[in-house]
Design a protein around this ligand. Structure first.
Ligand code: URA
Length: 254
């Protein structure tokens, strides 16, 4: 697909999302939030679902969690214009509650189509609902800051997936802020690995491992040495067993 074709596909998906009535979340939303970024990117960041500000503006990660995500991107000299940012569910769950399984299922085809359009090398998951799609059965407390092959059922069968806590986690638990920034430093290296894996055709059999040295990355973004992590999450996420043993389990999402 050319970049223009990818962009046209993303625009068409965005238009459908904005008019979607597939689940109850459309009844309470102000605006649906399809996602945004560049069709030229190799990296997609996937959060949980829109919050208050995102619902008002129709854009992902524009509230406090968004400021944190911008800072995380900046810490590796990337910006949101150089990646694509979206969510597992495209409409705000009322009161920022967890998205219900049927809502996630109803919205899943949109993310599948966004992945098909972008064909990302790397999927960075923000929080457990997103991680559950790309690395089902994993525990975020164990896999954050590491990458591995994305589950083929995720819609990104040739991508690596890199797990991170949700940026909102750091807003509620200071210690996770350092973890988030430390984990972010591994994202460029994961992208290099993802590129290498695709170009060498070895799409199967990469095991989950900590990311190594940070290095230049994204198609248009070319991060160099990352600045020191900014001091100061999430997830209201909890999909059954995934909720266990996560330090952010009891925290409100926003
Ligand atoms: N949290 C999310 O998971 N997504 C957003 O877009 C904003 C906050």
């Amino acid at each position: 697909m050319t970049e223009a074709e990818r962009q046209a596909a993303l625009d068409a998906i965005g238009a459908e999302v904005s008019a979607c009535t597939r689940c109850r979340l459309h009844e309470t939303r102000t605006k649906a939030v399809p996602g945004e970024g560049t069709a030229a990117t190799e990296v997609i960041f996937v959060g949980e679902g829109p919050g208050f500000n995102e619902d008002r503006q129709g854009r992902p990660f524009v509230g406090q969690a968004g400021a944190k995500l911008d800072a995380l991107l900046g810490s590796v000299l990337w910006s949101r214009k150089e990646v694509f940012i979206t969510n597992v569910v495209k409409c705000r769950p009322p009161e920022n509650r967890d998205p219900a399984p049927d809502e996630i299922a109803a919205c899943a085809p949109f993310l599948t189509r966004q992945l098909a359009a972008l064909d990302p090398a790397l999927v960075v998951t923000l929080g457990r609902f997103s991680m559950a799609r790309f690395n089902p059965g994993a525990r975020i407390g164990q896999v954050h800051g590491t990458y591995g092959p994305a589950d083929p059922e995720s819609g990104a069968p040739e991508a690596l997936t890199y797990a991170m806590y949700h940026p909102a986690a750091a807003l509620h638990q200071g210690s996770l802020n350092e973890t988030l920034f430390a984990d972010m430093q591994g994202v460029p290296a994961a992208l290099l690995e993802a590129r290498q894996r695709r170009s060498s055709g070895t799409v199967a059999g990469v095991s989950s491992q900590p990311a190594g040295e940070a290095a230049p990355a994204v198609a248009s973004a070319t991060p160099t040495s990352p600045p020191a992590p900014e001091p100061s999450g999430l997830p209201a996420e909890s999909l059954g067993a995934l909720a266990e043993s996560d330090p952010t389990d009891q925290l409100p999402l926003f």
